[in-house]
Design a protein around this ligand. Structure first.
Ligand code: AMP
Ligand code: ZN
Length: 469
């Protein structure tokens, strides 16, 4: 059985999706007013791990991730630069998709943009007005938290601290100022707005996610994720809006990722302690090393970013990458050893059990490194056979389907040209043209291809590191 910690219940629970075999999952995507920082990517990588694990466990996952391209911050940014909202957000949207590719994050099935779903938001606000959960004031529309008695269930806010009737227009505010929040904000001079039946205006941030998640996943769906800073007010408000409108439970399981911190503080743009993927590129960091670092700490623990930790992650990942490479290039006698198959089965089982236990990544990674250790021992004892290596490589490939940190393309990615040079050298050797053979050998070496002549023929190792995505 798979178990996850549900922020809503505050407990680890058995995971049972609404429809057997299928999972509907919504993750809050980027607000495209700047480049995403690696703190944001900790959350996206955690969500990617969760999704890949569910896929490995046999579920068909429908993943929706929104793009917030209209809110207080994007509007402010466009104003500061005196450009349209679209012009301002476009480069950040493009950069986001490039970044997730480099980090080997599977793209969502749908990535709806807020600006393209205004009618859905208007409809939802209309329902809230008709049902008496919302009211108009000076051309804007607010959600009345007094009308929704279970307000605060997700963030565990003390209802005594609520101040119904107090209103605020900003999208973000702290727990100590719980209040009626804006669903629809009246048009202001110099701000983008949409002419709608609610009047000229634009949506509040929270209604965007309620409208877009329902549009693609229905009124009730299985999983909703984000970073812990999303719990209040964003997710609390999403629940209030959606459940007030539909009269049904909104989300069954809420999972939240804890923060990436730096020098003891949450990594964020406002604190100025953030790093983007571009910053790390400039220092020569491989994005897959960053991915390995960010997914290596359990999602419900704070993770402190340091360059030393990043180097350590890179070294561990290299061990796994070298292992996979060796498995594909060892010269072994045919046959198989039961011990190798046992080790492989055990690794698969422990890996899945670990992740099924609220994504216990330490257990999962331990099972992988255990497999490396046992295999190396078998090889040292001369017990490893050709079929074992094939099976083990297959297991590593499957487990990496979840981790997403390794490259299995080394053999295929040996360029045609280099393959041809290896063959040419063989021909030269057979013709006893050793000068040509040596020249070809040196040329191949300069390209990262190491040749080794064995009694079974020539073997090669391609030491070019994983191609950049
Ligand atoms: P934003 O673009 O600010 O809406 O944030 C996008 C996602 O990143 C949200 O799920 C946030 O909760 C998450 N996030 C922001 N800062 C951090 C951080 N330092 N560590 C982990 N997740 C974060
Ligand atoms: Zn959201």
């Amino acid at each position: 059985m798979i178990r996850f910690f549900n922020t809503l219940s505050g407990r680890v629970e058995d995971f049972r999706p609404l429809q057997p075999g299928r999972v509907g999952m919504y993750t809050c995507g980027p607000t495209v007013y700047d480049y995403a920082h690696i703190g944001n990517f900790r959350s996206y990588i955690f969500e990617d791990l969760l999704k890949r694990f569910l896929i490995m466990a046999g579920f068909r996952v429908r993943h929706v991730m929104n793009i917030t391209d209209v809110d207080d911050k994007t509007i402010q940014g466009a104003r500061d630069r005196a450009v349209s909202l679209e012009e301002f957000t476009r480069p950040y949207v493009d950069a986001f998709f490039q970044d997730i590719r480099k980090l080997n994050i599977l793209p969502a099935d749908v990535t709806p943009r807020a600006t393209e779903h205004i009618p859905e938001m208007v409809r939802l606000v209309r329902v809230l007005l008709d049902k008496g959960f919302a009211y108009s004031k000076d051309g804007s529309i607010y959600f009345s938290i007094a009308k929704f008695p279970s307000y605060g269930r997700l963030s565990k806010i003390d209802p005594a601290g609520l101040q119904p009737g107090r209103r605020g227009d900003s999208d973000e505010y702290a727990k100590d100022s719980v209040r009626d929040f804006a669903l629809w904000k009246k048009a202001k001079e110099g701000e983008p707005s949409w002419p709608t039946e609610l009047g000229d205006g634009r949506p509040g941030w929270h209604i965007e996610c309620s409208a877009m998640s329902t549009a693609y996943l229905g009124e009730t769906f299985d999983i909703h994720c984000g970073g812990v800073d999303n719990i209040f007010p964003h997710h609390e408000n999403e629940i209030a809006q959606s459940e007030a409108a539909s009269g049904k439970p909104f989300v069954r399981t809420w999972l939240h990722c804890h923060h990436l911190i730096r020098d003891g503080e949450k990594m964020s743009k406002s604190k100025g302690n953030h790093l983007t993927l571009r910053d790390l590129f400039e220092r020569g960091v491989d994005p897959l090393d960053l991915r390995f670092l960010l997914l290596g700490t359990h999602y419900r623990k704070t993770l402190n970013f340091t360059f030393a930790a990043l180097e350590q992650a890179a070294a561990s990942r290299k061990r796994l990458q070298d292992f996979v490479y060796e498995l594909g290039h060892m010269s072994l006698s045919p046959g198989e050893t039961p011990a190798a198959r046992e080790a492989a089965d055990e690794a698969r089982l422990k890996f899945a059990e670990g992740l099924g236990d609220d994504l216990n990544i330490s257990t999962a990674l331990t099972s992988v490194f255990e497999l490396v250790r046992k295999t190396n021992q078998l090889a040292a004892d001369g017990a490893l056979r050709a079929q074992d290596a094939e099976i083990l490589r297959g297991v590593m490939k499957d487990l990496d389907g979840v981790l997403g940190v390794l490259d299995f393309r080394d053999e295929d990615s040996l360029p045609e040209r280099l393959r041809f040079m290896i063959e040419e050298r063989e021909t030269a050797r057979r013709a006893k043209d050793f000068r040509l053979a040596d020249r070809l050998r040196d040329a191949l070496l300069r390209e990262g291809v190491h040749l080794e002549d064995t009694k079974d023929g020539v073997r090669w190792k391609y030491r070019k590191t994983a191609p950049r995505r």
